[in-house]
Design a binder for this molecule. Structure first.
Ligand code: BT5
Length: 244
C-alpha cells in the first residue's frame, strides 16, 4: 500500500536529510517529504558541503522499500531517472546524468542525490533520498562548475511545481525497484548518461582509473575498459570526463 504524501516545509533547516532521518526513526511513513528554502549545513557525499541558499530545491523523500541494502544504488538511479524526466518535461532542457549521483545541464552540475539509509540485517528499514537542485540561483551564488536552470535560460521556474513533478515521476517508477532484474532502471539511466562510451577518469582514495565507460551494473557500479583492455569495476569515486 502506498502511504499518503505528506510534505513538511521549512524556511531554514540544517539539512533536510538530517530532519528526514530523525522523522524516520520516529516511525514517519513512506513518502514523507521534507523541504527547506535554505539549508545551513547541506551535505554531499563523504564530508562534502552542499551549497544551499534560497533559490534552490532542497528536499528529502523518506522511503521504506522492502529490499535488501544492495539495491539502494538502484533506488538512486531510479530517482535520478525520475528527476531527469520531470525536469525535461517541465523545462524542455536536455538534463543528463553522470555517475554516480550527479544531475547535469550542459556539462555542469545542476544537482545531486544523497541517499542515507538504515538497514536491519540485510534489509533496508528506511532510506532518506536527499535531492538538491539549483533552480533559480544566480550564477554568482553557485560554486564552480555548477549551473542553475535560471542561470542557463534566464527564466524563473516554479520550484513547487517542479517538486510535484519529481515526486509524481518517482512514485510512478517506485515499483520497478521490486522487479527481480533492474534492467529498465539501468537502461534508462545509461541512455541518459553524459559519459556513455566516453573516456573518463575515476578517482577514489588517491587511486585513479582511466578508460572508456562501457556499462553500469545492478550493484550501481561502473564498468571501465582500460587502455590495456582490462575491465575495471568501480563502485565508488569521483568521475571526470576526459576530452581527448
Ligand atoms: C551530491 O554530493 O551531489 C549530493 C548533494 C545532495 C544535496 C541534497 S539537498 C537536500 C538534502 N539535504 C542535504 O543535506 N543534502 C541533500 P557530492 O556528489 O558529494 O557533491 C558535492 C560537491 O558538489 C561539493 O564538494 C561541491 O564541489 C559541489 N557542490 C556543492 N554545492 C553545490 C551546488 N549547490 N550545486 C552544484 N554543485 C555543488
Amino acid at each position: 500500500m502506498v502511504a499518503p504524501l505528506k510534505i513538511f516545509r521549512y524556511k531554514k533547516l540544517q539539512s533536510t536529510n538530517a530532519t528526514a532521518y530523525q522523522l524516520a526513526q520516529q516511525d514517519a511513513p513512506e513518502w514523507t517529504i521534507i523541504v527547506a528554502d535554505v539549508q545551513t549545513k547541506g551535505r554531499g557525499r563523504g564530508r562534502k558541503k552542499w551549497v544551499s541558499p534560497k533559490g534552490g530545491l532542497w528536499f528529502s523523500i523518506l522511503l521504506r522499500p522492502n529490499v535488501v541494502g544492495s539495491k539502494l544504488p538502484m533506488l538512486q538511479f531510479l530517482i535520478a531517472n525520475a528527476i531527469r524526466q520531470a525536469l525535461e518535461n517541465e523545462t524542455g532542457l536536455p538534463v543528463r546524468l553522470k555517475w554516480p549521483n550527479d544531475i547535469l545541464l550542459n556539462g555542469q552540475k545542476l544537482g545531486g542525490i544523497l541517499i542515507e539509509s538504515k538497514t536491519q540485517g540485510d534489509m533496508v528499514s528506511f532510506a532518506v533520498i536527499g535531492i538538491g537542485l539549483n533552480i533559480n540561483l544566480s550564477q554568482n551564488r553557485l560554486p564552480p562548475h555548477a549551473v542553475s536552470l535560471r542561470a542557463q535560460t534566464g527564466i524563473r521556474y516554479d520550484e513547487n511545481h517542479l517538486l510535484n513533478a519529481i515526486i509524481d515521476q518517482s512514485k510512478s517508477r517506485y515499483k520497478d525497484l521490486n522487479k527481480p532484474r533492474p534492467t529498465r532502471i539501468l537502461e534508462e539511466w545509461w541512455r541518459n548518461c553524459v559519459h556513455r562510451l566516453a573516456r573518463v577518469q575515476v578517482t577514489l582514495y588517491g587511486k585513479t582509473i582511466e578508460g572508456v565507460t562501457t556499462s553500469v551494473g545492478g550493484d550501481g557500479s561502473l564498468l571501465i575498459r582500460t587502455d590495456d583492455d582490462r575491465f575495471e569495476k568501480v563502485t565508488e569515486g569521483s568521475l571526470a570526463i576526459l576530452n581527448d
